[in-house]
Write a protein that binds this ligand. Sequence first.
Ligand code: XBP
Ligand code: MG
Length: 241
Amino acid sequence: MLKALIWDVDGTLAETERDGHRVAFNQAFDDLELPWHWSVPEYGRLLRVAGGFERVLAYMDERTDVVAGAEARRQLAGEIHRRKNRHYATLVAQGGLVARPGVLRRFGECRELGIAQAVATTTSRSNVEALFPRLFGEAWQQLFAVVLCAEDAPRKKPDPQVYQRVVERLGCTPAAAIAIEDSPAGLASAQAAGVACVVAASNYFSGVDYAGAACVCRDLDTGRVDVAALRAILRECLVRD
Ligand code: XBP
Ligand code: MG
């Protein structure tokens, strides 16, 4: 029986990577007068590293125009990351990000049927607090049973930690939940926690291999992933196991 829907955030609820975090990172680079700029394709390459802080650190390893020393680099990455998250919140407040097709409809359908909704993300909590009022309204916290972010599960996707902790907090078995993800790392994280995963591939991850996904669609609208389809997916996963 389907008891919970567990939502990823970045790329799944909205195209936050391309139009939010990437743009905000570039603003942070400008603030600090760093001659760096992440284009749309380049950011796609950099997304192989989960976590904005970790992504900047990994990028520094590729550059020659960076301060030397691990501690100095961590400090700079921390400064960039803090500024990036502030710019991200401003971008979101300006209405720059909208829900991907089908997200609000599927969310509403599940809510009406009493299926619990949760969040499992590797993004910082401040980014969730900036985005969710815009997508779900000011009372968004009442709509979610559990919301776990980077601070709550430091081992980032594809590690299963965030899904394991969400399921534990929901008090249900992994087999009673479905994850909605947009990326291979998100799929791997859900799978390793034993949670069936529907993939609505985002801009950066269309056309990649999603072996093991319970269902892959372009978005939740055209994919017609309604509650009946979600229940059927779960039944099929149970039979398979
Ligand atoms: C995606 C991520 C995040 C974001 C940036 O998270 O990997 O790191 O790119 O956010 P998910 P931070 O798809 O699990 O929501 O800068 O806060 O890390
Ligand atoms: Mg994602």
